[in-house]
Design a binder for this molecule. Structure first.
Ligand SMILES: [Zn+2]
Length: 371
């Protein structure tokens, strides 16, 4: 597929069927935490011969939770379809074993910075070529929507040294071949290589979008415009750049004091990013959580009071409840074993020493995630 010059990310690459089939929010397979952003794609294999994408999804919605195992990924791909089990803006537990992260652009925790894609395995223990093709189509679409380069596609092995996907570890040319396949689908292999050599930024694609443009990059822009407070009541994020989108871009440009031509290019991209980050910080000031300094842990008698309640409320806001389903989810102002357990789960998910003791590091991490 050859794409017109100047619009390297327009058009549709994704052909494989994607079924959105989210698992329920729970502390083991879908903690409900927000991703800090999508900076890469981490590739896995399920290592379970004969299991389909749907089998995997059902496992992560039941048995895995019952076994209290922290594991999951966003996407599972087999020969016939893709099952998306976790929303793209949420954390999945796929690439932070041993609290390691050897890939610089995913530091410090790949679980909060990457989308995890699992390839299913046939009964003979191999990944079928049709599964690889389906996966390439999915990953190409992700790269396009998040402005990623094929170099941002890494193996679980690259992140934490885990032997995953095993066939790609024993033969690393398979990763290279996969990246190439994705690059071909994107039709931008050359451009991507040049960008990689000259710039460390993977967000600024230099894309120009204007009236008449269409595709997933327009859709992504529209979503960002809406989120930044430039509504598109008629068209919504429909993927086609019409009058309403042009008007919204102009309003943004006027507000930013740049040329209001209704054309989305690098300067407008910068302006939009600035508005979005401003909006984000102002929206948090409304729901800000105060957290105590000092050390809180299980003691006899139990530590209690407003400070403990503040810790519990902040943890609950991140879906780490002291006692989910109990009265007020266990937010009672007492630092007992259940609160210690919530702190422990939070620490485990966030690369901290999981001792169940609330201290400065845990405080800093909670604050960071609640920003
Ligand atoms: Zn893996």
């Amino acid at each position: 597929m050859r794409l017109p010059a100047g619009q390297p990310f327009s058009g549709v690459v994704q052909l494989v069927k994607v079924v959105k089939n989210f698992v329920k929010v729970n502390q083991y397979t879908r903690p409900g935490l927000k991703l800090s952003g999508v900076k890469g794609i981490v590739m896995h294999w399920t290592a379970t011969p004969g299991a389909s994408a749907l089998n995997e999804r059902n496992y992560f919605n039941s048995t895995c939770i019952a076994d209290e195992r922290h594991a999951s990924a966003h996407y599972f791909v087999d020969r016939s379809e893709v099952q998306q089990i976790i929303p793209e803006d949420e954390v999945a537990c796929h690439a932070h074993d041993g609290n390691r992260c050897y890939v610089s652009f995913l530091k410090p925790n790949a679980n909060t910075a990457a989308i995890g894609v699992e390839m299913c395995v046939e009964k003979d223990g191999k990944i079928h070529s049709e599964t690889v093709q389906n996966t390439a189509e999915l990953v190409a679409d992700l790269c396009k929507r998040y402005g990623l380069l094929t170099d941002n596609i890494v193996r679980h092995y690259d992140v934490t040294n885990k032997n995953c996907p095993a066939p790609w570890v024993s033969d690393s040319s398979q990763l290279a071949a996969f990246r190439k396949k994705v690059g071909t689908l994107l039709g931008n292999q050359t451009a991507a290589n040049t960008t990689a050599a000259t710039s460390q930024s993977c967000k600024s694609t230099g894309t120009i979008l204007k009236k008449g443009s269409s595709g997933s990059s327009v859709k992504a822009l529209q979503k960002r415009l809406i989120a930044a407070g430039f509504p598109l009541p008629k068209s919504g994020a429909d993927g086609s750049f019409g009058n309403e989108t042009a008007q919204a871009v102009m309003s943004l440009q006027k507000q930013a004091g740049i040329t209001a031509d209704g054309i989305y290019g690098p300067a407008t991209e910068k302006a939009l990013a600035a508005v979005a980050s401003k909006k984000k910080s102002s929206s948090t000031s409304k729901t800000s959580y105060t957290l105590p300094s000092g050390i809180y842990k299980v003691k006899s008698p139990l530590m209690k009071g407003t400070a403990v309640r503040e810790i519990q409320e902040a943890l609950a806001a991140l879906y780490f409840y002291p006692d989910k389903g109990a009265k007020n989810n266990g937010i009672d102002g007492y630092y007992g074993p259940k609160t210690a357990d919530a702190v422990k789960r939070f620490q485990m998910m966030n690369g901290l020493a999981a001792d169940g003791i609330y201290g400065p590091r845990t405080k800093a991490k909670i604050e960071l995630l609640l920003k």
